[in-house]
Write a protein that binds this ligand. Structure first.
Ligand SMILES: Cc1cc2nc3c(=O)[nH]c(=O)nc-3n(C[C@H](O)[C@H](O)[C@H](O)COP(=O)(O)OP(=O)(O)OC[C@H]3O[C@@H](n4cnc5c(N)ncnc54)[C@H](O)[C@@H]3O)c2cc1C
Length: 552
């Protein structure tokens, strides 16, 4: 059953397939010009050859020793490979890459093909004092793959792309055992051939590796139904600098604190996940995605809570607030969603504004019919107006396309950034207000007033995630400073407002300073003690997760 597809190509300066056609429709440009303003001239990325990288710090002795471990075809030191591994896909990463000035680069990129290669690399790097940054799909939006060397003489990216084998499928137990570098689409394709699915569909689905998802505690768009990755990982093989850990695939265990859950979310700072055992499910025979309008956000939030607490939640549930609903309709354009929904949106039942929710149900035909019937009954009781399948289908078809839009907006001098949190239902309205206000005020203070939008998604019985998107003119003279000050204001509003600093994007470099607000000083010390045991020389992904953490 061994299969390992080549990792897909990725634009070095942005998102996705290099062959993806660019450009924005005129109505979108018109909307943005009016809402936030556009740059006078498009601003494309510089040519790849003009990207400036620091001179490699590692000499031939160190590189030769590493090449011996991974083989000739397991190492690259060329300009293109270093650029591709110089950053993830967060907003500041893209701003820097497009300008040809990434924040550092790995000295070389290693491509291990086996667990034993990984072990050899970690031992050699420990002995020589070389930092190692595990690199899955490279889609981190929190600086998780930033090539920071810390105190060390050099830094390597450890690209897991050659470790994507599909080792075994246990149809009786509904589990699959894979190499941690396997890309999500490769795994889904393979499972689909046998009538199965993992059900993990982050917006970055097309490029993520399952090891990266596990290392970041990722949540897919359908996590309300399928659960987030932490519920899917049953076992793993893990290589830490000080030794290996093998956790067998188990449905549950009471053997002390969960080491699995400590390694899930460890973000490459403790070691490398080399293999994973994952729970899978039968592929759904039926998929129904549809739209529901609510008079306002408050009514929509109450309906989402009822769905979660009365066990009628759809697999995908996303409730946009008023600004996000307006933006979605504007982007869909007169011929699309807006045209079909315009009458409902503007007229029916006297709704003058309103909020759109997308509900997606997946499963066996009868089970979907029963659950959907119950859900729509609750939605109607909460004042919701079902508006049919077309908004749901529009959303489903475009569910992985927003990242391409971000590149186009940057070309036109428009910043678009997202951040997320989660909180209890009783706190959702207040946190929504306060984080939105903090972002809006800080954008205005930067002289670039913008649009701030949010949706509720990932429903739980006790609460939900809030996902914010903001759009503004890029402050040309200091785009990174602009981003940093807005991010700081939003993060402070989140932790002051009792939200988590991240529901699924992880900590990485950008959120590390907020960790002590999240888990307390003693909590940080406990994780640091684990790191000292597994990675005594601190070579694993320096500057992430626990770094810079202070009492804020
Ligand atoms: C446009 C866009 C949309 C996104 N949407 C979502 C979303 O819907 N849900 C969501 O959860 N996230 C989302 N993300 C964030 C990102 O895709 C996730 O964090 C994802 O899980 C990262 O997977 P990756 O394979 O790309 O990991 P990488 O970005 O390569 O690495 C992420 C972190 O994990 C570590 N790591 C990677 N592989 C391993 C390994 N084998 N062993 C140990 N450590 C490892 C890295 O060192 C790094 O710290 C989005 C990102 C983008 C750019």
């Amino acid at each position: 059953m061994a299969e390992s597809a080549d990792p897909p190509q990725m634009r070095w300066w942005g998102w996705g397939d290099p062959a993806h056609p660019g450009g924005l429709p005129a109505h979108v440009l018109g909307f943005l010009a009016e809402a936030v303003g556009l740059a006078e001239q498009p601003r494309p990325a510089v040519a790849l050859s003009r990207v400036r990288l620091p001179a490699p710090a590692l000499g031939e002795t160190a590189l030769g020793a590493l090449r011996e471990i991974v083989g000739e075809d397991g190492m690259r030191e060329d300009h293109a490979a270093r650029v591709l591994h110089a950053a993830g896909k967060g907003y500041p990463d893209l701003v820097r890459l497009r300008a040809g000035e990434p924040d550092g680069a790995p000295d070389a990129v290693l491509y291990p093909a086996t667990h034993e290669h990984v072990r050899g690399v970690l031992e050699a790097c420990t002995a020589r004092g070389i930092a190692v940054v595990p690199f899955g799909g490279g889609t981190s939006v929190v600086g998780g793959v930033a090539p920071l060397r810390g105190e060390h003489q050099g830094v390597l990216a450890l690209d897991m792309g050659r470790m994507g084998a599909l080792h075994a499928l246990d149809r009786t137990s509904l589990t699959v055992h894979v190499g941690a570098g396997v890309r999500a689409p490769t795994l889904e394709r393979h499972l689909a051939a046998g009538g199965l699915t993992l059900g993990h569909f982050p917006q970055s689905f097309e490029y993520v590796s399952l090891g990266g998802c596990a290392a970041t505690r990722s949540a897919g768009q359908a996590s309300t139904g399928y659960g987030s990755i932490e519920k899917m990982v049953l076992g793993m093989r893990f290589a830490a600098p000080s030794g290996d850990i093998a956790l067998k695939a188990l449905p549950a265990s009471a053997a002390g604190p969960s080491l699995r859950q400590l390694l899930i979310g460890s973000e490459g700072t403790l070691g490398v996940i080399s293999e994973l055992s994952l729970r899978v499910r039968p592929a759904p025979a039926e998929r129904v995605y549809e739209g529901v309008f609510f008079e306002d956000f408050t009514a929509g939030v109450e309906a989402m809570r009822a769905l979660a607490q009365e066990h009628a939640a759809p697999d995908v549930a996303r409730l946009s607030d008023e600004p996000e609903t307006r933006m979605s309709l504007a982007l869909a354009g007169a011929g699309g969603l807006k045209g079909r929904l315009g009458r409902v949106y503007l007229g029916l039942r006297g709704y003058g504004g309103g909020c759109l929710a997308i509900l997606g149900f997946e499963g066996a035909r009868e089970e979907v019919a029963t659950r959907r019937g119950r859900a729509l009954e609750l939605v109607r009781r909460g004042g919701g107006l079902p508006v049919g399948r077309s908004p749901g289908e529009v959303w489903r078809r475009g569910r992985f396309s927003a990242p391409y839009l971000r590149d186009e907006l940057l070309t036109h001098g428009v910043m678009v950034e997202t951040l997320e949190t989660a909180t209890q239902w009783s706190n959702v309205p207040k946190l929504h207000r306060e984080v939105g206000r903090a972002i809006g005020e800080e954008l205005s203070a930067c002289g670039t007033p913008g649009l701030v939008m949010c949706h509720v998604s990932h429903l739980y019985e006790s609460g939900a995630s809030l996902y914010f998107t903001f759009v503004a003119r890029v402050r040309e003279e200091d785009p990174i400073g602009q981003w940093r000050t807005v991010k700081e204001a939003a993060s402070r509003a989140i932790v002051d407002g009792e939200g988590t600093i991240t529901h699924h994007h992880a900590i990485g470099r950008d959120h590390a300073r907020w960790m002590s607000r999240e888990i307390g000083g003693q909590g940080v010390a406990a994780l640091a003690a684990l790191k000292s045991e597994l990675d005594p020389r601190g070579i694993m992904n320096p500057g992430k997760l626990l770094a810079l953490s202070s009492r804020l």
